[in-house]
Design a protein around this ligand. Sequence first.
Ligand code: FAD
Length: 310
Amino acid sequence: PFEVLVIGGGPAGAAAAIYSARKGIRTGVAAERFGGQVLDTIDIENFISVSRTEGPRLASALEAHVKDYDVEIMNLQKAAKLVPAKQEGGYHEVVLENGASLKGRTIILSTGARWRQMGVPGEDDYRNKGVAYCPHCDGPLFKGKRVAVIGGGNSGVEAAIDLAGIVAHVTLIEYDSQLRADAVLQRKLASLPNVKIITSAMTTQVNGNGEKVTGLSYKDRNHGTEHDVELEGIFVQIGLVPNTEWLKDTIALSPRGEIEIDVRGETSQPGIFAAGDCTTVPYKQIVIAMGAGSTAALSAFDYLIRLPAA
Ligand code: FAD
């Protein structure tokens, strides 16, 4: 059994493991895919103090740093069930999909999130070649170019406002007959000269030249007509889904399925902490996930040293 058992091996989990191991306590990390979303990223230009790096390079650096310490890494292990300790200070159990089970006196949940995809032809082929999901990350790569934002909820409209200040032109595409974002955001968006809003539009295809995105096609849902828009980038903003389906009966989740945490990373269960994109933390970024993982590990240590001596 572990004193700290981390579930998830992205930036949050790696930071949590390093901070725990540095306290000299028995630490394990189980991850479905060590590296997390970073593995799916090409350019990273906002990892502070590193002007530019690439996802796979940062992922191997994360793993190498964790391996500097006495941490047991269990890669390709998917957690399926959490059984909290029966009494304070007892072991929590995590049952893996393969039937094995792991025990930890504290648990740090850092299972991250995934961007909801449009599921249209071309989306997969042009991911990181014009199809993007994170305006804070990739917006500056489209400086002076034309982009579309898919989705007229708060995140889509926020992304369109953000991008309008960087790129040449933004086309916002919403499936419904009206935007769903807060009125104040919609007013701000409508005031921008380089934004066009298209409602009742279903994106049907991402178009490209084999190397990068050249446009998109959509269907006008009122008239059934097909239209093409020429552009260089597409930001898909139709939801970020936390990887917490397996926790819904044991831990308090927000209406969006995010693990509710306080400023110390504590969840609704004593001795169980959480960090990163799977939580209610307001912004989902690498440096933020790393900070949160460190916070959760220090809180777990604080919890352990307060348990009565056995
Ligand atoms: P994740 O990175 O999602 O890691 C989650 C971990 O949990 C993974 O190891 C996963 O396999 C594991 N896991 C999930 N479910 C289970 C389970 N049931 N059992 C066991 N393990 C499980 N951020 C930036 O700051 N800068 C950027 O430039 C940037 N670019 C991005 C580009 C793309 C294409 C994407 C998708 C994201 C980008 N981000 C960027 C966001 C950044 O990657 C995330 O904020 C960050 O990775 C979150 O870290 P995390 O550890 O919370 O979660």
